[in-house]
Design a protein around this ligand. Structure first.
Ligand SMILES: *[C@@H]1O[C@H](CO)[C@@H](O)[C@H](O)[C@H]1NC(C)=O
Ligand SMILES: *[C@@H]1O[C@H](CO)[C@@H](O)[C@H](O)[C@H]1NC(C)=O
Ligand SMILES: *[C@@H]1O[C@H](CO)[C@@H](O)[C@H](O)[C@H]1NC(C)=O
Ligand SMILES: *[C@@H]1O[C@H](CO)[C@@H](O)[C@H](O)[C@H]1NC(C)=O
Ligand SMILES: *[C@@H]1O[C@H](CO)[C@@H](O)[C@H](O)[C@H]1NC(C)=O
Ligand SMILES: *[C@@H]1O[C@H](CO)[C@@H](O)[C@H](O)[C@H]1NC(C)=O
Ligand SMILES: *[C@@H]1O[C@H](CO)[C@@H](O)[C@H](O)[C@H]1NC(C)=O
Ligand SMILES: [Cu+2]
Length: 618
């Protein structure tokens, strides 16, 4: 039993005025699980159970989570995805950013007050660990929801990809010279609510608020319910004007809530389908089933039909959504942060991800602790290190992030501590953001995780009204591992006068032998001396386009050749390496090299989503 205070939590249902404390005792430990019926594997559970429990509270409540690391052999930490943590930046969770990782055997108290309603989730933010199981829903109920009274019941459904191997095994396979194109490990299965063949019993003529969360580590998913439309009312904690959709797309980390109204007769049961976005996969294993099916069960006695075949996906375009509060576009930015995404090899032959020219390497001191201990130097981005992509923001800044994706894949970008207005998203292959001439909506969509299309761009805006150290990163866990991370240091001087680190936070550093003060190199005498800081491998020798050459000529089974190539260039001595931005564009994508054909289209409107005859009007 993780939940300690049912009584207190129950009181809060009476109204927002009665803020409660909701306490959980989490022992994070290894269990075994077999959610796809194929393979039992070690999985990270909580209190002996997996799937891990849903954290639930009301707006205004305080959540206390006593997280004990019972893993024995890995560190951990918990991030509460989408919560602003306003005033409690030190409870945000990412290791070496806002805290030291929790060492095996230690406990760490997360203590924060909820200010936002909506659909969130929580997950490990250490060691690329969450796809091993440490991820689950976090639901904040809202007694004052604008949709209150429009639904009878709430349902929570998660989507996820699933691997048969542990991240401990997969990360070194991904990030190595034998995988120079950076092909991400392809999951073995898709899960719906951490299982397959999920049955969702429903009653006639009822409206359900369904909270759908992609808690996966890699794959985006298309989702639809045959014979039923969804009325979208929330994305990533932001209420929207109701928007009718036949299909939605959720990247890793995105959420959507929709109203689902059931039919007036129980003639049939209906497939619920989630289908992984296979455009993300560089190779398509022959035996991969990238779909997972469940059913809306109107009548237990009736059969569970096979889903109809869909060959073109037409999800609702989230940029079209209008926030319920009609918040207008923020004024012209006084701070523009341009981030160019590339994937490229470094001298070790592995494939890394870069913002501008820099692949993230965690500092030796959590960045928040650097901000708290560096006095007036806290406003100098230099002290946060050369490989953390740190940007210092001033209180009240209107920040515009221009993200140009020079990579040929989709990426879901997430900002901690804020949601952002998505003021523009280009189509695929639009090139770089052209600046003037792009028109923005008066009331842009807001969310905390947005997908940028291949070789396209997004323009995001937010106001720096939440002092803290907040990551901005791709939410594909492989790309977190390969360095697609930037750090916003927002109003650090205010942090110095407001954040007081609890003793158990500092103890986590002591226990891990990690300094809790100083610059990114752990130097607390001279904050401008970064000698000894963590650094990624050096760049490749001049002119060497490892990824291009190998991808062009060979397919995936080229490990031996790869080692030979690396060996031979590694022995050369040459002129000073070029920076990644100057290198040749990729000669070919891994897809082209493998001769894979796209299994599905994407942008075309489709009415094949359902068998028209089975569509009963409400
Ligand atoms: C830790 O222990 C678990 C459970 O025995 C095992 O599956 C996992 O591979 C181990 N991880 C490491 C990093 O040793
Ligand atoms: C949680 O944080 C609040 C505000 O800082 C503090 O007053 C309270 O004592 C903390 N609770 C626990 C159990 O530490
Ligand atoms: C999905 O799983 C969660 C627990 O992990 C459960 O609370 C919820 O009811 C499940 N949803 C459905 C539709 O069965
Ligand atoms: C769903 O919405 C589309 C238009 O958005 C409409 O054509 C279709 O008939 C609707 N289906 C149902 C079951 O209401
Ligand atoms: C998965 O579902 C999609 C949509 O119906 C279909 O196009 C595809 O063939 C299915 N894949 C498999 C392996 O069944
Ligand atoms: C990337 O590196 C090049 C070459 O050193 C340099 O000119 C350029 O300013 C760098 N770009 C960024 C955004 O740091
Ligand atoms: C954080 O709190 C401050 C002060 O109450 C408020 O002005 C600001 O809008 C909040 N920011 C966020 C992102 O919640
Ligand atoms: Cu990515």
């Amino acid at each position: 039993m993780g939940r300690l205070s049912h009584v207190l939590a129950g009181l809060s249902l009476l109204g927002p005025a009665l803020a409660a404390t909701v306490a959980y005792d989490f022992n994070i430990e290894w269990v075994r699980a077999n959610p796809d019926g194929a393979f039992e594997r070690p999985t990270i559970g909580i209190n002996g159970k997996w799937p891990i429990e849903t954290i639930e509270a009301n707006v205004g409540d305080t959540i206390l989570i006593n997280a004990h690391n019972g893993l024995g052999n890995q560190t951990t930490s918990l991030h509460f995805h989408g919560l602003f943590m306003n005033g409690t930046n030190h409870m945000d969770g990412p290791s070496m950013v806002t805290q030291c990782p929790i060492q095996p055997g230690d406990s760490f108290l997360y203590n924060f007050t909820i200010t936002q309603p909506g659909t969130y989730w929580y997950h490990s933010h250490s060691e690329g660990q969450y796809p091993d199981g440490l991820r689950g829903p976090l639901v904040i109920h809202d007694p004052e929801s604008p949709f209150k009274g429009q639904y009878d019941e709430e349902l929570v459904v998660t989507l996820s990809d699933w691997y048969h191997d542990e991240m401990r095994v997969l990360i070194p396979e991904f990030l190595r010279k034998g995988n120079p194109t950076g092909a991400e490990p392809v999951p073995q299965a898709a899960l719906m609510n951490d299982t397959q063949n999920l049955k969702v019993p429903v009653e006639l003529e009822k409206t359900y608020l369904v909270r759908l969360i992609n808690i996966g580590g890699f794959a985006g998913q298309y989702f639809w319910i045959e014979g039923h439309n969804m009325s979208i009312v929330e994305v990533d904690g932001v209420y929207t004007k109701p928007a009718e959709a036949e299909m939605v797309y959720l990247s890793a980390a995105q959420r959507v809530s929709f109203l689902l109204t059931t039919k007036g007769s129980n003639q049939a049961n209906f497939p619920i389908v989630a289908s992984m976005d296979t455009t993300l996969f560089d190779v398509m294993p022959d035996d991969l089933d990238w779909n997972v099916t469940g059913w809306l069960v109107y009548d237990e006695a009736k059969d569970l039909p096979k889903p109809a075949f869909v060959d073109e996906y037409a999800p609702y375009d989230d940029v079209e959504l209008v926030p319920y509060d009609e918040m207008e576009i923020l004024p012209e930015p006084n701070r523009i942060v341009e981030l160019n995404v590339v994937m490229d090899n470094l001298h070790d032959g592995a494939n890394y991800a870069f913002f501008n020219n820099i692949t993230y390497k965690a500092p030796k001191v959590p960045a928040l602790y650097t901000a708290l201990t560096s006095g007036d130097k806290a406003t100098n981005p230099y002290v946060y290190g050369s490989y953390t992509n740190s940007f210092v923001l001033e209180k009240g800044d209107i920040v515009q992030i221009v993200l140009n994706n020079l990579d040929s894949g989709r990426h879901p970008f997430h900002l901690h501590g804020h949601d952002f207005q998505v003021i523009y998203r280009s189509a695929d292959e639009a090139g770089l953001f052209p600046g003037p001439g792009v028109e923005y909506p008066k009331i842009p969509m807001r969310r905390d995780t947005v997908v940028v299309y291949p070789e396209g761009y997004v323009v995001l805006r937010f106001k720096a009204d939440n002092p803290g150290v907040w990551l901005f990163h791709c939410h594909i866990e492989w790309h977190v591992t390969s360095g697609l991370i930037a750090t916003f240091i927002e109003d650090p001087l205010t942090l110095q006068s407001t954040i007081e680190l609890p003793k158990n936070h500092l103890d986590a550093c002591l226990s891990g032998d990690i300094p809790s003060k100083g610059n990114a190199a752990g130097n607390s005498k001279d904050f401008l001396d970064l000698r000894g800081e963590n650094a990624p491998p050096p760049p490749l020798p001049a002119g060497f386009t490892f990824q291009g050459i190998v991808a062009f000529l060979f397919s995936s089974a080229m490990g031996i050749f790869g080692i030979w190539v690396v060996g031979s260039y590694g022995m050369r001595t040459g002129p000073k390496p070029k920076k990644s931005a100057e290198r040749e564009p990729l000669l070919a994508t891994p897809d082209a090299a493998n001769g894979r054909t796209e299994p599905n289209g994407r942008e075309e409107p489709a009415d094949a989503a359902t068998d028209e005859d089975s569509l009963l009007r409400r």
